[in-house]
Design a protein around this ligand. Structure first.
Ligand SMILES: Cc1ncc(COP(=O)(O)O)c(C=O)c1O
Length: 361
């Protein structure tokens, strides 16, 4: 079986974890500070705050913006549910905007239409889905015009570029996930990035029980801290990230130049973007048949995502029956194939051959 994802853990990560275990300093400490320093430098922001997951990073990042309860926050309905859940955790109101069918990212045209109609929108969470940046110039221009804050959800886009800028350095605040399927991992883990000192200080307190000094709690906070054990893995994963991303891009390029089948649509990459291929996602109107071919050939795949967020029961209860045409269509047609850096040449050939030979009977 060719797995859809496969984390690469080297001797450096293993040895560093052993070192932490022997040091007796297992919880958040120097190793976390070191990881935060290097990760924020890599992204090109002033502050990095390591967290226990991408989800907890999102919760706190949105809270740190200090929006009035009930304010509307816009996001895409075509993402992992954690993106929208951050809005509900903060007692804010989710509003969805349809996607661009070519990139699967939130559509700036639809966003503008919404912002002209709705006046209570205070923030937007954009998601750089599958490893490709959203159209950030257009989004930032709208955010400035309508005075809304921008959170970048970079859970799937470590190292991705938009016009030579790292994603995660463009909005007011950004978050990353280090779940094992991601472009780099710490087992579980996340990071908040920002260049705003006040927002960074608020996030640091929120992830640590609202502590301002040891055992002095000015705010209601949480235990969302990363451990030294996780950070020890992260430091070495970060050193490997560019190389791992290059290998993903090479694998993607192989598919782009060798997959040829009229039943399949390949990913669209915008010229201003460096895509880091967290996922290599195809479109086909006969997905179930393609899945049978993959099952027979022992090829892993993923459907990201079969049910749009606005169709999930918890969201339907809140926002009722709404329709986002491009999102609904994408949810029926997308299928991701393995593109991770550990694929061998014969696996690449096997995947390509299976797709090229796929036909309707
Ligand atoms: C787009 C997106 N946002 C948020 C998350 C949440 O990250 P985590 O699983 O680390 O909580 C994920 C990952 O699963 C994701 O893909």
């Amino acid at each position: 079986m060719i797995p859809i994802a496969s984390p690469f853990i080297g001797d450096e990560e293993i040895n560093s974890v052993i070192e932490v275990l022997k040091s007796n300093q297992l919880a958040s400490g120097e190793v976390v500070l070191n990881f935060e320093y290097h990760f924020s430098n890599y992204i090109g922001v002033d502050f990095g705050i390591a967290t226990s997951s991408g989800t907890t990073a999102l919760h706190v990042a949105l809270q740190a913006l200090g929006l009035e309860p009930g304010s509307q926050v816009v996001t895409t309905p075509f993402s992992f549910i954690a993106t929208a859940n951050a809005i509900l955790y903060n007692q804010l109101t989710p509003v969805f905007v349809d996607i661009d069918p070519l990139t699967f990212n939130i559509s700036p045209v639809e966003l503008e239409r919404l912002l002209k109609e709705q006046k209570n929108i205070k923030a937007i969470i954009v998601v750089h889905l599958y490893g490709q940046s959203c159209e950030m110039d257009e989004i930032m221009a709208l955010a400035n015009k309508f005075n809304i804050k921008v959170i970048e959800d970079c859970a799937q886009a470590h190292g991705a570029l938009y016009k030579n800028k790292k994603v995660g350095s463009i909005g007011d605040i950004s978050i990353f996930s280090f779940y094992p399927t991601k472009n780099m991992t710490t087992g579980e883990g996340g990071m908040i990035c920002t260049s705003d000192r006040e927002i960074a200080d608020t996030c640091k307190r929120l992830i640590n029980h609202g502590q301002t000094a040891k055992y002095y709690h000015k705010y209601l906070g949480y235990n969302y801290r990363m451990t030294n054990i996780q950070a020890a893995i992260g430091v070495h994963q970060l050193q490997r990230l560019d190389l791992m991303n290059k290998q993903r891009a090479k694998n993607a390029q192989f598919f782009l130049s060798h997959i040829e089948n009229d039943l399949i649509r390949l990913p669209h990459i915008k010229p201003e973007n460096v895509h880091v291929f967290h996922q290599f996602t195809l479109r086909t109107s006969i997905r179930e048949k393609l899945i049978s071919s993959f099952d027979q050939a022992g090829i892993g795949y993923g459907i990201h995502y079969p049910v749009p967020i606005h169709r999930q029961p918890i969201y339907k209860e809140i926002i009722g029956e709404v329709q986002y045409e491009q999102t609904e269509l994408a949810a029926q047609e997308v299928i991701s194939i393995p593109v991770h850096p550990q694929l061998t040449q014969s696996q690449l050939l096997n995947i390509t051959k299976t797709i090229n030979e796929f036909e309707v009977d």
